[in-house]
Design a protein around this ligand. Structure first.
Ligand SMILES: C[S@@+](CC[C@H](N)C(=O)[O-])C[C@H]1O[C@@H](n2cnc3c(N)ncnc32)[C@H](O)[C@@H]1O
Length: 395
């Protein structure tokens, strides 16, 4: 029996976390996107291209059912009036099970648009019927392996304003399969011009498995940015936020989920959710289902100050004007994320609360010049406060 045969028996801790990351983000973000699209846009679209049966055999909801429950539980009808839900899976049996779940779900009669369910290979799903509407789309791409994933389809799904994607990224499988000639046809649509570099990374004996896995996510992100640069309007800023899952048995990364968006507000919301589910003893975002006692020796806070300091140092290499600029906490974080995208093809793993705490500490150490009108009393750091960072911070 293969691991996939057992996948829908009972959820692993990792699968539970994956579903929570998607649904907790949407709980916060659907209302935000609903407000920002205003009345003129009729639809917000949710597309799950590899949805599975909706429920585990032991009765636990998997992501499709958890999503329907979430939408059903919104207090007012605002989201339900606009939301179009699209599910797809190539497995006929799963789709039959999902149809039964959907047909019996309370939310269905409250939705303006009927839930669309198709039984196709993901690459055969005609996403244009959704993307041409220029509505916000949240897409979930969650295959078992990497077949039928492409950077072209991923970009198409996030191109519209307000569109975001959560992509399951099978880091360890890439490492295991990259030297198999017969798999190259699946890698090319994912890594494009970066494929050679992926091969070099995997075959570099000086790198550990974790470093390889992280570098491969970076190379995917680079290819996505390249894909974006070919689009009609190439002036977007893309933000990519990876979250790693450790393998159960060894000190390895098994896979990542990668959040992709053009909105910094969306990144800020997703960081909150991912930080909540990250249990590593480092600042990188990672879930480890090993015994909690083994991993809880240090806390994230121990590393944050040094991590944010490093992000500032990196930013200066991109922006010579950094110390002349006037910041708020939010636009400092946005700048750190943008610069990190330029340098490392992913955003920083820090939340606005964490940046605020560190700036408060820097303020106490006299590395912050708070901008206040003449004659007013010196104020403390708040989210609205304007300030400059002093060069002495680097000394
Ligand atoms: C990891 S499971 C999905 C789990 C689901 N997203 C959840 O969170 O509950 C992967 C699913 O992809 C489906 N699948 C595999 N290859 C596919 C393809 N090429 N096109 C569409 N579905 C595919 C499988 O049948 C399986 O249900």
């Amino acid at each position: 029996m293969s691991t996939t045969d057992n996948f829908f028996a009972t959820p692993s801790e990792k699968s539970k976390v994956k579903t929570l990351i998607v649904t907790e983000f949407l709980k916060a973000y659907f209302p935000i996107i609903n407000r920002s699209v205003g009345k003129e846009k009729k639809e917000i679209i949710y597309i799950d291209l590899f949805c599975g049966p909706g429920k585990y055999k032991d009765g636990h909801p998997s992501t499709p059912l958890a999503l329907l429950d979430l939408v059903n539980n919104f207090r007012d009808d605002n989201i339900r009036k606009k939301l179009r839900v699209v599910f797809n899976d190539e497995n006929e049996k799963y789709i039959d099970q999902l149809r039964t779940i959907v047909n019996n779900h309370d939310v269905v009669s409250k939705l303006t648009y009927p839930v669309e369910i198709t039984n196709l290979r993901a690459s055969d799903v005609n996403i244009r019927v959704h993307t041409f509407k220029k509505c916000p789309i949240f897409s979930f791409i969650d295959p078992w392996g990497y077949k039928d994933v492409s950077v072209a389809q991923t970009w198409e799904l996030v191109e519209n304003i307000g569109s975001d994607c959560v992509l399951f990224f099978n880091s360890n499988r890439f490492i295991m399969d990259i030297n198999k000639e017969n798999q190259l046809c699946h890698f090319l649509p994912i890594f494009g011009g970066q494929l050679e570099e992926v091969g070099k990374t995997v075959n570099n004996n000086l790198l550990g498995q974790k470093e390889k896995a992280e570098r491969i996510v970076e190379l995917f992100s680079r290819n996505l940015i390249h894909e974006m640069s070919k689009s009609k309007y190439s002036g977007y800023t893309l933000y990519v936020l990876p979250f790693g899952f450790e393998a159960d048995d060894k000190e390895k990364i098994s896979h990542h989920i990668v959040f992709i968006t053009k909105s910094h507000k969306a990144i800020t919301e997703m960081k909150k959710v991912m930080i909540k589910h990250s249990n590593t003893n480092h600042y990188s975002l990672l879930f480890d289902s090993k015994d909690q006692l083994q991993i809880a020796l240090f806390h994230r806070e121990t590393f944050i100050k040094e991590g944010i300091m490093e992000a500032v140092r990196n930013s200066i290499s991109v922006d010579a004007n950094f110390f002349n600029k006037i910041w708020t906490i939010d636009n400092l974080l946005e700048a750190l994320d943008r610069y990190n995208m330029k340098l490392n093809y992913q955003v920083t793993p820090y939340s606005r609360e964490e940046v605020k705490n560190v700036v408060e500490q820097w303020d106490k150490d006299d590395f912050v010049e708070i901008i206040i009108p003449k004659g007013r009393l010196r104020k403390r750091i708040t989210y609205e406060r304007k300030f400059k960072l002093k060069k002495e911070l680097l000394v």
